[in-house]
Design a protein around this ligand. Structure first.
Ligand code: SAM
Length: 126
């Protein structure tokens, strides 16, 4: 995740003011931190970031400052499994960020299209 990607995420989150962000591939949390900071700067006190990471070999969200953690919901596992089990917030999610691999984008995009209410922001791949 480059600095431009982080700036884009931060700006997009401030612009769209989502109630829910679902991030696949949260890793150590650089992208998560920028999304969470945008929540705070927009005073989106009830917004949540669901961040999914399948690797057990990383400290998920390690880079997130403590003051940004209350709105962070880390989930460990594969994004496909959460989608298949219908365990992600559905009707209420506004922005779906995918930082994983291209083969998963089609599936998550289809899910996003099915569940996203008209007028909500599009699926984003990073
Ligand atoms: C490019 S890194 C993400 C970087 C992170 N967004 C950041 O800014 O620090 C991609 C991550 O996606 C995870 N990943 C890949 N496929 C996944 C899947 N199917 N479900 C959940 N996580 C996945 C990998 O383990 C890896 O940590």
């Amino acid at each position: 995740m480059g600095s431009l990607d982080c700036a884009t995420l931060y700006a997009l989150t401030r612009w769209q003011r989502p109630a829910v962000v679902v991030e696949s591939g949260g890793f150590i949390g650089m992208s998560s931190a920028f999304i969470l900071k945008a929540f705070v700067d927009e005073r989106l006190a009830t917004a949540k970031l669901y961040s999914i990471e399948w690797s057990e070999d990383c400290e998920q969200g390690a880079l997130i400052p403590d003051e940004l953690r209350p709105q962070f919901v880390p989930l460990r596992g594969k994004i496909e499994d959460f989608v298949e089990r219908d365990q992600l917030p559905s009707v209420s999610h506004d922005v779906h960020v995918n930082a994983a691999f291209p083969e998963f984008v089609a599936k998550t995009y289809a899910y996003d299209k099915k569940t996203r209410p008209p007028g909500c922001a599009a699926h984003i791949s990073l």
